[in-house]
Design a protein around this ligand. Structure first.
Ligand SMILES: [Zn+2]
Ligand SMILES: [Zn+2]
Length: 275
């Protein structure tokens, strides 16, 4: 088997608890990918809290945490990631979008845990934490036959898209990003070419997008067009708008499946297998 993918948080912008978000889930971005005996975690939104408890239960002590960027919805679960408080664990935390003047990924994660907005400083975390900044576009070697390619995305303050190649299969994580209508993003097309699974920023639909230009997000139809153009097998509709309640998402799911059999709408706790 090549890849196992589990969705721990699929919502964008802000967590959405409550009875109208039961079926698709309310936690923000967090995806776990297992391959070649390694664990990769994409983003540390509120979904990472439940993932943390799961990793402890499964006796997992090492992982790479790859951040798309550092807007709240992608990092605010980090202070609640319980394995980071245990001495026996080791995490490598990587980001590719930060300019040197931000102080890098450690500084940004530490600053969200500073008083008076959070009572527990990052230094209390007992796990061995390695922080690595790279430049979006770099290739990261995360182990034998796990090759990670990255590319910059079109998003305020920057963001990084990822592709993981292993054993002849590929998984891509492409959020948050805004497209230009009628002009497919060449960098994304190159990143996702021939991939098995592409998780894409589908905050809006094409109709809504007209009034959201400049907000840094894309549409499920654009994700589908990119995936079809790049011969991708499965397009995962992700980063759901907080206003898109279950009833809306169910209609979207029906429409998207009708449009193309390769469309899948992400739900919290959904699992996918590749290879
Ligand atoms: Zn986001
Ligand atoms: Zn963002």
């Amino acid at each position: 088997m090549s890849f196992k993918v589990k969705f721990w948080g699929v919502r964008g912008s802000i967590a959405t608890p409550g009875p109208r978000y039961v079926s698709f889930g309310g936690n923000t971005s967090c995806i776990e990918v297992s391959c070649a005996g390694q664990r990769l975690i994409f983003d540390a939104g509120t979904g990472i809290r439940n993932l943390g408890h799961w990793l402890t239960k499964k006796n997992v002590h090492n992982a790479h945490l790859l951040l798309s960027h550092t807007h709240w919805d992608h990092i605010n679960g980090f202070p609640f990631f319980s394995p980071a408080f245990k001495k026996e664990n080791h995490f490598t935390i990587m980001a590719g979008h930060l300019a040197p003047e931000t102080g890098g990924i450690r500084e940004v994660l530490a600053s969200q845990m500073n008083q008076p907005t959070f009572p527990v400083p990052i230094d209390i975390m007992q796990a061995q934490l390695s922080f690595e900044d790279f430049t979006a576009g770099d290739v990261l070697n995360l182990g034998p036959d796990v090759r990670v390619t990255t590319t910059p995305l079109n998003h305020p303050d920057g963001a990084t898209g990822y592709r993981v190649d292993h054993n002849g299969h590929a998984f891509c994580y492409v959020t948050d990003t805004e497209h230009v209508p009628g002009k497919p993003d060449e960098r994304i097309l190159a990143l996702i070419e021939g991939a098995d699974i592409v998780v894409y920023d589908c905050t809006y639909n094409d109709k809504e997008f007209a009034s959201k230009v400049g907000w840094g997000h894309s549409t499920w139809q654009e994700g589908m067009r990119l995936c079809q153009a790049a011969n991708v097998r499965q397009h995962v509709i992700f980063h759901h708008d907080p206003d898109h309640e279950d009833i809306y998402m169910e209609r979207l799911e029906e429409e998207a499946r009708y449009e193309w059999i390769g469309n899948t709408v992400a739900r919290e706790n959904m699992r996918l297998r590749v290879g």
